[in-house]
Design a protein around this ligand. Structure first.
Ligand code: HEC
Ligand code: HEC
Ligand code: HEC
Ligand code: HEC
Ligand code: HEC
Ligand code: HEC
Ligand code: HEC
Length: 419
């Protein structure tokens, strides 16, 4: 019965390629091992405390953090975290007339169920949700200690289930592994199993710290919790990374770990911890200005590369991601707040603001963003909606802060000012 199911094993070649790359990196690292500087071993699960342990002493930070996209970016698969609908009529995606997939609640959990010619062929459990849902959510299923991406993703812009990003149209892909790198950007810690420390393919599903949690940015903190609990009168912090006191590059690197696009590891997965330099753990060759100027950097996932190429960054000595973003708050959509950050460096009383585009100063001070950091379609996150042959792209805010004449013409502010 099962054999009848048409499953297309599209990823074989990619896997082989990854293997070859992994082996060459392994050899390279062995050659360099004499000169290795960073702590190449990943911390262990017991080095972490988990954010619920921080609550009692850092209540305000904790309360804000649990509403952030970082905290919510990976969760065990419960219906309350999943934005797509399991209601009849809204819980399906048709690949073709013959192949259809259903999202179903069952006694043992939530499932993606493949039907071929109206007959159930395979049911795959939702085990982990990836994505807070700002743009979309992908899902992970566990098979033993291996993790796979489920074929169907939720696409927020259309409020619909869709084929997962990058998957071929009309085909059910069920064997795309979730890589260690994928987890490194969406969870704080996952414990790999086996000898391949750089790219483990198996994980201990009990020992995962979901989401981008406190300890991703402040370092593993079990010792800090123990010490401060046992020494309640000591008001100085011990065994914790004070992120604000790091150098500019260390601060940038902490964000670039996940917002620096495709960079290749040279040390064990999860061995980078807050305060390290990225260049001690990664081969960094994709973050050059040339790539940005040629449009080779995708707006998705490479805010660091784009920001670094902008004049604002190059001509100021202080700008980091935290100049505009508060690390613990959910500030999505608050254009006025972000525009205040621009104004902190660009006085609107400056003679430059006499230019035609800036004529309506009152209005522009509420929104510098749509003209200078327009939302642009990602080339990396595109999905096929049911029955559509052209993939839809997610829009991501460009961090190449610059002058965009075309975008300017489209904004409401401009129309009000010019006509
Ligand atoms: C028993 C109380 C207690 C617990 C639990 C606790 N902390 Fe702290 N933490 C403190 C004290 C005291 C300080 C020093 C005063 C301050 O900065 O608030 C501190 C400071 C910090 C700082 C600032 C570091 C600095 O140098 O200023 C960070 C970051 C931090 N804690 C993170 C965490 C994280 C993450 C957790 C949970 C894994 C946690 N703390 C759990 C008591 C605690
Ligand atoms: C371990 C990986 C990781 C690190 C480290 C990290 N981020 Fe993120 N960040 C993510 C992921 C993943 C998302 C997408 C969350 C989602 O919507 O699911 C995200 C989302 C964001 C967003 C969008 C928030 C929203 O409301 O949609 C901002 C802003 C951001 N990160 C800034 C930062 C800054 C600043 C730093 C450094 C202090 C940082 N990030 C460090 C992984 C990371
Ligand atoms: C290099 C780090 C990195 C890797 C690797 C990575 N992501 Fe992401 N992902 C991000 C960041 C950063 C964002 C949000 C910001 C953006 O879109 O630029 C994001 C956004 C997402 C979103 C949309 C979240 C939302 O709420 O809108 C999904 C879903 C997602 N990633 C799934 C995955 C899956 C599945 C994998 C692995 C197969 C993966 N990502 C690999 C960094 C990464
Ligand atoms: C995305 C990275 C990130 C995450 C996640 C994060 N922090 Fe922070 N945290 C920072 C940065 C960056 C600063 C320094 C901000 C500044 O420059 O003033 C900071 C500052 C702090 C401080 C000292 C200043 C203050 O605001 O009181 C404490 C305490 C703290 N964080 C605790 C936590 C706790 C507890 C959590 C989880 C509930 C957490 N952080 C999650 C990045 C993060
Ligand atoms: C840390 C200070 C700082 C911040 C914050 C900042 N900028 Fe800049 N920006 C600069 C400097 C310095 C320059 C180069 C000198 C100049 O043109 O004024 C610049 C240049 C620019 C330019 C000219 C770009 C070009 O390619 O010619 C634009 C447009 C701009 N900024 C817009 C913004 C906007 C919009 C924001 C907020 C989202 C912002 N800036 C935030 C410092 C900053
Ligand atoms: C000059 C101000 C500024 C700086 C510096 C800055 N950002 Fe942003 N960022 C913004 C604005 C404005 C938005 C759009 C916010 C919105 O619409 O909710 C944004 C949005 C984001 C998003 C969500 C993108 C999307 O479309 O979903 C991520 C992720 C992000 N920033 C990460 C970073 C990282 C990482 C850095 C440092 C490398 C950084 N930002 C530096 C202003 C800034
Ligand atoms: C309606 C679109 C629009 C808005 C809103 C807008 N700008 Fe601009 N900005 C432009 C354009 C277009 C230019 C290029 C010069 C021109 O045509 O006026 C520009 C130029 C600039 C420059 C470079 C000036 C120079 O001569 O080097 C800076 C800096 C700048 N803007 C900052 C801002 C800041 C800060 C805000 C928010 C307070 C803002 N802009 C709001 C469209 C806009």
């Amino acid at each position: 019965m099962r054999k009848k199911l048409i499953v297309y094993l599209f990823y074989r070649r990619t896997v082989r390629l990854l293997l070859v790359t992994a082996v060459s990196i392994f050899l390279l690292v062995r050659c360099m091992s004499d000169t290795a500087v960073a702590d190449n071993a990943a911390p262990s699960f017991s080095d972490f405390a988990g954010s619920d342990k921080c609550m009692s002493c850092h209540q305000a930070v904790y309360d804000a953090h649990i509403k952030s996209a970082h905290y919510l970016t990976a969760k065990p698969a419960e219906e309350k975290w999943i934005h797509g609908s399991f209601e009849k009529g809204k819980n399906t995606y048709a690949y073709s007339e013959l192949i259809r997939l259903f999202m179903e609640r069952r006694d043992s959990g939530l499932f993606q169920v493949v039907h071929y010619k109206g007959e159930e062929k395979k049911a795959m459990r939702f085990d982990m949700v990836i994505g807070s849902g700002a743009k979309g959510q992908s899902f992970v299923t566990f098979r033993g200690d291996r993790f796979y991406q489920l074929p169907i993703t939720f696409f927020t812009a259309a409020n619909l289930w869709s084929n997962s990003p990058g998957y071929p149209a009309g085909k059910v892909v069920i064997d795309k592994p979730i890589t260690a790198r994928c987890l490194e950007c969406h969870v704080t810690y996952a414990e790999g199993i086996g000898d391949n420390k750089m790219e483990p393919v198996s994980f201990n599903r009990q020992n995962i710290i979901y989401g981008v949690d406190c300890e991703k940015c402040h370092g593993p903190a079990a010792k800090h919790v123990t010490y401060q609990t046992e020494n309640p009168t000591d008001t100085a912090a011990k065994f914790i990374v004070n992120t604000a006191s790091l150098s500019r590059q260390q601060q940038l690197d902490l964000c670039a770990l996940c917002h620096g696009g495709r960079i290749d590891k040279v040390t064990a997965s999860f061995s980078y911890t807050a305060g390290d330099l990225l260049s001690d753990h990664f081969k960094i060759d994709t973050l050059n200005d040339e790539a940005v100027n040629n449009g080779n950097i995708d707006v998705h996932g490479n805010q660091y590369g784009l920001m670094r190429a902008s004049k604002c960054f190059r001509m100021s000595s202080t700008m980091t991601c935290n100049t505009c973003h508060s690390p613990h708050e959910n500030e999505r959509g608050r254009k006025e707040l972000f525009s205040q950050k621009c104004i902190s460096c660009h006085a609107v009383t400056d003679s430059k603001f006499n230019s035609p585009s800036h004529k309506n100063v009152q209005m522009i001070t509420n929104n510098c963003i749509d003209c200078h950091m327009p939302a642009q379609p990602s080339k990396a996150i595109t999905v096929f909606l049911e029955g559509e042959e052209v993939p839809r792209a997610s829009l991501v805010r460009s961090h190449f802060i610059g002058i965009y004449p075309e975008e300017t013409k489209r904004t409401a502010v401009h129309k009000k000012t010019m006509y």
